[in-house]
Design a protein around this ligand. Structure first.
Ligand SMILES: Cc1cc2nc3c(=O)[nH]c(=O)nc-3n(C[C@H](O)[C@H](O)[C@H](O)COP(=O)(O)OP(=O)(O)OC[C@H]3O[C@@H](n4cnc5c(N)ncnc54)[C@H](O)[C@@H]3O)c2cc1C
Length: 454
């Protein structure tokens, strides 16, 4: 079977590449191969009742399937070059923003109409942060929410399935260069194409590494972000979240001058687990529907760890830390901030008496046995800094879940068109290392589709 274009991965990068290709060149024969399920079949077995924690499914429905890692996410589309990836380094600041705004427009057309766009422009909170040694990063944030995000994806799928051949539960095993293009091999068949777009995201990072090695494409890798997810009463952060929804705040620690930052803020949200290649870490999301909201807000506090030669396996380092927490807690560990600073583990009893009621069933434990001291010191310093702009952040009852790891895919050597050294092979989205977010990944799909369509 031969296609004009084969897309590997149906996350935001793959979906927007397919969308834009079918829009500009409806005659193209396009196939999308996806390791996970159709959107409607994506179900995480954790029901909070019979199955309380991750059972490590073969294909994680949270990370894989139509919609990719973003399908059950909070659907926060950050329109900014300040964070979320370095797409602008390839296509320029203006074009990157223009394409993120285009993605936003499509999301609104496909079900996101009426959702709110928040912005830091003109906010007094910038000054408040600056007065307290914190920096608020610039961004506009479209918050679709988990429920509307799901509807948008469903509508996009309904439209695309008429124009594109989707192969679900069909991981691509091998990608090869041929005389006339590329060959992708799955467990039962091989397919050929003129052009190939690999958009395999974080869950496909190991596959991508192997494909780059097989095809002699250069890669580099030197960063991992480690930290905790903080959960506290939503009232404490309401002045920030009501105005900005998500505030990306950076703090430089006094002790080591390390940068600690807030990441993925979920007002009235829930803390969730995430399974990447069998390693359980923590994440968070929230719903637009008030009926599904909680009394808590959660966000991550992360410290970026850059490594220098000869060490190359930054993700391996992050995985080892996560494994340590999995070993001690059987999964994610939760600790009260008061217990952490008193140097004692949290217990079920203390947790039951806590003012902040956890939204995730995690094992009470001691994060100081898991996170390196320097990282934990930075997180504690930042909690005290945040306490100045949101008093109560450093309360004993604030919950810290660990570990949160932000794995960065290795950076694949691609040019400004996100094309590899093999003409016709494009590597986009989080799998390329160029993007780390919904909006950047989606925009990278649009960019490549426009390049292919000429
Ligand atoms: C719980 C959670 C919440 C998040 N919340 C936000 C948020 O609010 N805002 C934000 O900007 N970002 C968020 N993110 C990050 C965001 O989801 C990603 O940045 C984004 O999905 C990247 O898109 P992508 O298309 O590059 O990759 P992915 O979304 O990871 O999609 C890649 C797809 O490729 C498939 N695949 C992998 N290997 C193969 C293979 N060999 N063959 C076939 N298919 C393969 C995978 O199954 C997957 O479906 C969140 C992530 C998680 C996990």
């Amino acid at each position: 079977m031969r296609y004009d274009v084969i897309i590997i991965g149906a996350g935001p990068g793959g979906i927007f590449a397919a969308y834009e290709l079918t829009r500009i060149k409806p005659d193209l024969k396009i196939a999308v191969f996806e390791a996970g399920h159709k959107l409607a079949d994506r179900k995480c077995p954790i029901d909070g009742d019979k199955i309380k924690s991750c059972i490590r499914c073969k294909t994680c429905s949270i990370m894989s399937g139509f919609g990719g890692a973003g399908a059950f996410s909070d659907g926060k589309y950050n329109i900014t070059n300040d964070f979320g990836g370095t797409l602008y380094e390839h296509i320029g600041q203006e074009k990157a923003i223009e394409q993120m705004e285009y993605v936003d427009k499509i999301n609104l057309e496909y079900g996101g109409e009426g959702t709110k766009l928040y912005t830091t422009a003109g906010s007094d909170l910038k000054k408040l942060c600056m007065q307290n040694k914190l920096k608020l990063l610039n961004a506009s944030v479209r918050h679709l929410g988990t429920d509307i995000n799901y509807i948008v994806l469903g509508n996009l799928y309904d439209e695309l399935k008429e124009k594109v051949d989707f192969f679900f539960n069909t991981p691509v095993e091998k990608l090869e260069k041929t005389d006339t293009g590329f060959k992708v091999t799955t467990v039962d068949e091989s397919y050929e194409c003129d052009k190939c777009i690999a958009s395999v995201g974080r869950s496909g990072s190991k596959w991508m590494e192997q494909a780059c090695s097989d095809l002699n494409i250069e890669t580099s890798s030197n960063r991992v972000d480690l930290g905790v997810r903080v959960e506290l009463s939503a009232d404490l952060f309401s002045h920030l979240t009501d105005e900005l929804y998500e505030s990306k705040i950076v703090y430089r620690t006094e002790k080591f001058e390390d940068r600690v930052r807030t990441f993925c803020m979920n007002p009235h949200g829930s803390v969730v687990t995430e399974n990447t290649n069998g390693i359980v870490t923590v994440n968070g999301h929230s719903y637009e529907d008030p009926a599904k909201q909680t009394d808590n807000t959660n966000f991550a506090l992360l410290v970026a760890k850059h490594f220098s030669e000869p060490f190359k396996d930054s993700n391996g380092y992050g995985e080892s830390i996560a494994r340590l927490s999995n070993m001690l807690g059987g999964g994610v560990i939760v600790q009260r901030f008061g217990d952490l600073i008193r140097g004692r583990r949290s217990t079920r009893k203390r947790l039951n008496e806590n003012f902040v009621v956890p939204t995730l069933q995690a094992e009470p434990g001691d994060l100081s046995l898991v996170l390196p001291k320097r990282i934990l010191d930075g997180i504690i310093e930042m909690i005290y800094a945040l306490d100045k702009i949101a008093p109560g952040t450093a309360n004993d009852d604030t919950l810290l879940y660990g570990v949160e790891v932000k794995f960065y895919n290795m950076e694949v050597d691609v040019d400004d068109n996100l094309e590899s050294c093999h003409k016709g092979l494009y590597i986009i989205g989080d799998g390329s290392g160029v993007t780390h977010s919904l909006s950047h990944a989606s925009a990278s799909g649009v960019h490549v589709a426009r390049h292919i369509a000429g």
